[in-house]
Design a protein around this ligand. Structure first.
Ligand code: AKB
Length: 332
């Protein structure tokens, strides 16, 4: 889309003191690098600092600034914010839903305490703060189809509870302390080159790699476990659009975003059509099935479309499968 049509301002100053550099936490996860690359195109390579507790490949450092950061160390976060003139944080550090059930204490530490640290630092230095939420913030008592932004939120995972905490605390810091808090409730994100880890929706990424490797996949969800999903390029583009959106276009601080909905069986059928008739799927549901049935099959994201122009491009299972195999084939 044309530069002039963008709904967000082009000066990218994130707070009153004119700070315009962005710190991304959990930068080596599924989304960090992609979001950093897209944001760097908009605000300049050196204005986006990627961080993680993990050690990056040399290519990560070659493509822009990277700092080592433990999200449980608030002094270390503040030091970077002050020394590097940070005006905004995108907070990706999190333990995902399935891993969080296996390591609840670790999930509580990172997902609650890590979040609280970035909230407090954002309050102190008046930063813009984007903390992604997830459809995992919903639970078994939420309507699973066309789930609205305002719905019952009684999640049954540590991950989901921490997402509700982040949403509510972010809204509180926004109204009480003026923090420019923003959040998107992501569905499962499907990517070819960066892998998720420890999520309930990971099957929808693993299945492609398994098809290419062995033409079969043993799925840990039941054949009819429909869930909301989105292709990574849409996630990256739309997250950057939302992050840079003018504050006055946002009528709420937290938005549902969604793109595609399918069951494991529907995805497998499309893979059979586009990859190989011989592709075989088997089902061995485990504890992740019990999480999946408490999450939306699809969410209503009309508010995101109205307020800041949310507009994903890949909206069918057919197009998703096609783009995934194009990407995976290129990697070979
Ligand atoms: C997970 O499965 O935990 C994540 C999510 C939907 O938040 N992918």
């Amino acid at each position: 889309f044309a530069f002039q049509e963008r709904a967000y301002s082009t000066d990218y100053i994130f707070n009153d003191s004119g700070k315009k550099r962005v710190l991304i936490t959990g930068g080596l996860g599924q989304l960090g690098y992609g979001v950093a690359s897209e944001l760097r195109k908009e605000i300049g390579t050196n204005n986006v600092i990627l961080s993680d507790i993990k050690v990056p490949d040399s290519s990560v450092k070659e493509n822009g600034p990277f700092v080592h950061l433990d999200i449980l160390d608030p002094e270390a976060i503040e030091k970077i914010v002050v020394n590097e003139d940070i005006g905004a944080i995108i907070h990706f550090s999190a333990v995902l839903s399935a891993l969080g059930e296996q390591f609840p204490q670790k999930a509580l530490d990172i997902n609650i305490n890590g979040t609280q640290h970035v909230l407090d630092i954002s309050k102190k230095h008046q930063l813009r703060l984007l903390i992604p939420s997830s459809m995992g913030a919903f639970g078994p008592s939420t309507v699973r189809q066309n789930t609205p932004d305002l719905a019952i939120m009684r999640p049954k995972t540590v991950y989901g509870i921490a997402k509700v905490y982040a949403e509510l605390m972010g809204e509180y810091y926004n109204s009480k302390h003026g923090v420019d808090f923003r959040s998107l409730r992501y569905p499962g994100i499907i990517s070819a080159d960066s892998l998720p880890g420890g999520g309930t929706t990971d099957y929808a990424v693993d299945i492609f790699h398994s098809a290419v490797k062995s033409n079969k996949y043993n799925c840990y969800l039941k054949n009819d476990a429909g869930l909301a999903m989105m292709y990574i390029d849409d996630c990256v583009t739309e997250t950057v659009k939302f992050f840079l959106a003018d504050n006055n276009t946002l009528k709420q601080r937290v938005y549902n975003v969604d793109a595609i909905s399918f069951t494991p069986e529907e995805l497998a059928n499309e893979i059979k059509k586009q990859w190989s008739e011989k592709f075989e799927i088997t089902y061995a549901p485990d504890f992740r099935q019990n999480i999946a049935i408490t999450w939306p099959e699809y969410m209503n994201d009309s508010k995101a479309r109205e307020d800041w122009g949310y507009n994903p491009k890949i909206v069918s299972t057919k197009d998703l499968v096609s783009v995934m195999f194009q990407k995976i084939n290129k990697q070979k």
